[in-house]
Design a protein around this ligand. Sequence first.
Ligand code: SF4
Length: 231
Amino acid sequence: MCRDFLTDSPLYDITKFTTLDFPQNLASIFWFCRCNMRCPYCYNTPIVFGEGVISIQSALDFLATRQNRLTGVVLSGGECTLYPHLKKLCQEIKKLGFKIKIDTNGTNTTLIKELIQENLIDYIALDYKAPKQRFEEITKNKNFNDFMDTLIYLIRADFTFEVRTTVHSSLLNEDDINLIIDDLSSLGYKGVYHLQNYLHVEDTVGKTEQQKKEIDISKLKEKIPLNFREF
Ligand code: SF4
């Protein structure tokens, strides 16, 4: 195995154990530094702006000690698909016998397709940040079309994935969410759409303030199954 790959340190942290983040799996979470978005509500500022401190070798060594205790690994961040050797890392994790979930904003369509076509990942949580006309304003990223390509690919491939949106009522209102619901419905998304209520923390990327009110979930269309987290 390439020595540079093993000594690479793209990880900010490892959560050793979670029962919540990977459906049907006891998992660890690898937190990748760097992101190509700047969502105002993001509370992972040390991860988005920080440097990696944990090497691939250390992460794989850790997983080797968990082979009979955990079943999955979540690759999160930051945006894990920015890591140039993610495919190689997935291959090594698979050799150790773990299932892999990735948390992604969906902008690296090419890599996500490769990971799926080579059976290197088992589940995706895909962030649908905002409807097209609000996407750049919310994320500071212009690549809505790449995100959309990923979404359409996942639906057509019938891959197991979930779509989710973080909701801060000063950033997205009921009409914005309904545009996303319309879109998911018309594209034939079969899963549950998860709406994650913003929970205030200090020091978010955009220094967001406490929500003055929550969105009115009774105004949301019921075209697809909705799940509300922290509302
Ligand atoms: S919330 Fe936005 S800025 Fe934060 S890691 Fe996710 S995509 Fe990046």
